[in-house]
Unconditional design. Structure first.
Lengths: 227, 81
């Protein structure tokens, strides 16, 4: 079970994500630079938060064309597990690996706070039974306002693709959506940061359970081992 | 040739930036304002002939990179051949 953490110019949560999977979940974890054309041995690809390419043009728009993203597309197409957090979520939407798009917060403010999130019954592992009815995770973004057309939103809801909803909507997201998965259940994206919520000094420790619930989409056995 | 690519938020997509600019215009006393949308202008300078093939390639990069069709519309104007 190998974890690959992508690094783009401007990624700034790469070390937090590395520490979540290597330290928090004790999994073999390594970085993959955006210029790489392959992912090497990887069972989970994580796209961390930050401001890839300075958020120029649109958040995630330029990162999407980095060489490594072609490998991510093939990996996801073959059923590989991909998890995008914050800017990583924006990149996955831009790449078309997740539906919808993230635009400027309705308030125009950068929102930085610990957010209460309602857990939706989305997958075998990602649901209120395993995570509890709600989790608390930090958010820190200026462009987390989730947008999708009406048929797209109806499809998300019908397929139970919504993972998390804000209890108090901080950014204007449609349906209070904070995180989603793709239809086949192997690509996950969320604005909140599980990578900032697992140490004792963090404002919450719910990030570990959330990361496990994502992992369990493909590797339930790893969860038993890491307890 | 010189090309202007205008990228604007789709009509049915919320434009928080446009709304904020609209409020500011109102507070300046700018009367009769019915809507404000903020987009962007991308100026390209390209060495190419204006052929159907070139137009198709231009259209493709506008769709793939310069705009996000989920939230934005685009329009190209060739300003100088």
């Amino acid at each position: 079970m190998n974890v690959a953490v992508l690094q783009f110019p401007g990624s700034n949560c790469d070390q937090d994500v590395f520490h979540l999977f290597a330290g928090g979940l004790r999994l073999p974890t390594r970085y993959v630079w955006h210029k790489e054309t392959g992912l090497g041995a990887a069972d989970l690809v994580v796209i961390p938060g930050g401001f890839s390419y300075g958020d120029y043009l649109r958040c995630g728009a330029i990162a999407r064309f980095s060489p490594v993203m072609a490998a991510v597309r093939d990996f996801a197409g073959a059923g590989g597990l991909v998890f995008g957090i914050c800017n990583g979520f924006q990149i996955l939407c831009e790449a078309g690996l997740l539906p919808g798009a993230l635009i400027r917060n309705a308030s125009l403010e950068f929102r930085c706070l610990t957010s209460a999130l309602k857990v939706e019954a989305s997958t075998e592992a990602f649901n209120p039974r395993s995570l509890g009815a709600a989790v608390r995770l930090p958010i820190g973004h200026g462009e987390g306002n989730y947008r999708i057309d009406e048929p797209g939103l109806a499809r998300l809801e019908a397929n139970r693709q919504v993972l998390l909803r804000y209890v108090e909507n901080p950014n204007g997201s449609l349906g209070d959506i904070a995180g989603i998965r793709n239809e086949s259940g192997n690509v996950f994206g969320m604005m909140p940061h599980p990578d900032r919520a697992f140490e004792r000094f963090h404002p919450s420790q719910d990030g570990l359970a959330v990361a496990r619930a994502v992992l369990a989409a493909r590797f339930p056995e790893v969860l038993r081992r890491t307890g | 040739m010189k090309i202007n690519v205008f990228v604007t938020p789709k009509k049915n997509v919320l434009d928080p930036q446009g709304a904020a600019v609209g409020h500011a215009l109102e507070s300046l006393g700018f009367q009769g304002l019915k809507g404000t949308r903020v987009g962007k202008l991308i100026e390209l300078e390209v060495e190419a002939a204006d052929t159907p093939d070139f137009r198709a390639r231009l259209d493709q990069v506008c769709r793939d990179l310069l705009s996000n069709p989920v939230i934005e519309d685009f329009r190209c104007e060739i300003v100088q051949k």
